[in-house]
Write a new protein. Structure first.
Length: 229
């Protein structure tokens, strides 16, 4: 169940004035937080049942197309700064992190043919239902960032760590072509940290200010429509 810790039990780096305002908003949303977790579990189990066979087929395709594991397990950050290893279908060549930036651009040579198709329809994120079931993620929430980027958060951005990281969000919908935006950047990491991340965080923080169970459901519907179109 999604529940907020007492303010004094938050990690020290989150106990600041910039985070307090968002905390006070969420502490009044106990029912929505409970419904959010119930919704996550029910939908995650349903998705697993429906996609079990397709995921097996995708796994076989990935394994036979290029050397390397089926899953991509990069370290990410979720609630209260907790580290976890995210589940995603591998869409790039093995050891892609060691031969390029952690940010993927459009036409990235490290992306495999199957990976390109999975990314187009966001099918690479299907295994994240396992992360939702164990509570490291939610269906709706701020996308989990790598540790190096979380270290660049402003104090206000740390408020996004009050809730579990998410598979989708308003920011994810609006920046679904993020790779194309970074395609022309000379320094991808610099542009992401100084321009893209702050812009996305504006949407993430606004989502917390307006948080409700209904808003989560609406975001899920918008995500499905965005993928279809």
């Amino acid at each position: 169940m999604v529940s907020l810790r007492k303010w004094e039990d938050l990690p020290g780096f989150m106990q600041c004035e910039e985070v307090r305002g968002y905390y006070d908003i969420l502490v009044k949303k106990k029912l929505s937080l409970k419904l959010k977790r119930i919704f996550d579990v029910i939908v995650a189990i349903s998705v697993l049942i429906i996609t079990a066979i397709p995921m097996m087929i995708i796994s076989i395709k990935i394994a036979t197309e290029s050397p390397g594991g089926v899953f991509y397990r990069q370290e990410r950050i979720t609630t209260y700064g907790k580290k976890f290893r995210i589940h995603k279908f591998r869409t790039m060549v093995a050891n892609a992190d060691q031969i390029g930036t952690m940010i993927t651009v459009s036409g990235d040579s490290r992306i495999t043919p199957t990976g390109s198709l999975l990314r187009k329809y966001r099918l690479d994120e299907l295994p994240q239902v396992f992360d939702v079931l164990v509570g490291n993620m939610s269906f709706v929430g701020t996308r989990p960032e790598a540790t190096k980027y979380v270290k660049k958060y402003t104090k206000e951005m740390r408020a996004t760590l009050l809730l579990p990281a998410g598979i989708t969000s308003e920011a994810s919908i609006r920046y679904r072509d993020e790779a194309k935006l970074l395609d022309v950047a000379e320094n991808v990491d610099k542009v992401y940290i100084e321009q893209v991340l702050p812009a996305k965080m504006e949407y993430n923080l606004e989502s917390i200010r307006k948080f409700s169970f209904l808003s989560d459901v609406i975001t899920m519907v918008k995500t499905v429509l965005a993928v279809i179109t």
